[in-house]
Write a protein that binds this ligand. Sequence first.
Ligand SMILES: *Cc1c(COP(=O)(O)O)cnc(C)c1O
Length: 371
Amino acid sequence: MPRPIQATIDLQALRHNLALIQATAPDALVWGVVKANAYGHGIERVFDALRAADGIALLDLSEAERVRQLGWRGPILLLEGVFETRDLELCSRLNLWHVVHCEAQIDMLAVHKTHQGHRVFLKINTGMNRLGFAPQAFRAAWTRLNALPQVDEISIMSHFSDADTDKGIAAAMSVFHEYTHDLSGERSLSNSAATLRHAKDLKVRSDWVRPGIALYGSSPDHPENTADQWGLKPVMSLNAAIIGVQHLQAGDSVGYGSLFVANRPMRIGVVACGYADGYPRHAPTGTPVCVDGIRTRTLGRVSMDMITVDITDLPHADRGSEVTLWGQPQKTNQPSVGVSIDEVARAAGTVGYELMCALAARVPVTVLGTL
Ligand SMILES: *Cc1c(COP(=O)(O)O)cnc(C)c1O
């Protein structure tokens, strides 16, 4: 028998989340963001559920090739654009749309030999200060691009630094408006947080939204709003089993560093999941887990292949019991609230994004909800 750990990817949940985004931004087209191998879910695994998106956005040219190999003929957007001139050949050949965020990328386009005009998304820096033209340089970049025979159509994009925080998007929107309002072209501004939180206060039209995390059922602004509150359903679940049971007396400790010490007699379950599976090592004692669909907590230090959980008050829990590290239990018949990946991430001082992206290759994955 293989080691009892399993990730499941629920395509019905992904279809639901995509439909929810579409309903939230009914006038916008949707880029399904699948960078980082679909946030750790696997591009090939989730592709079928993303057919209803209007385009696929990603970073790596190799990921773009994989999406074309899956038969996707619709738009594909390279969110960081090209890295060297040669990359433009693949853009021409596979008809990839690409972001242009700096002068060097315009230089590359200017020397690129192609008969097919490229569709580009010109990026303005509205305060994130990562990629994008400074507002004062934006018009010149647009004009220069617009004059190139290699360029077919220019869209305008930006990325918010604070769509998920109290600061919000007002300052960025006012920069965007001031420097782009009289330039033609489609607009793309919103990630998941902006789509869910600010759909109504975008002061410009939103032709394309770019949800990533919401598609996968994690909340972009947890804990202010939970995934449940947004109506998002978890796509990835991680379940393992109890493979050993220990009885502790008061004063006994568990695991490396004796980090947890029992103050009363306790029963603990040893679970076949550790940081080498992608469970965060920084998750402290008390991080929520479910055992047979009932919530309890982790104890002591997360080790490479195992964690320990408190089953003192769960007399039916035993070797073989299903342990839900995040997402939904797969075996129990009782209705369960499961464990949101955002709660686990928060306990470990990170975000759901990082946990899903870090699901380890050694964990077997089952896909549910294929049509
Ligand atoms: C990753 C990314 C997104 C998606 O962000 P989420 O927070 O996952 O919705 C959107 N736009 C750009 C430019 C990105 O890099």
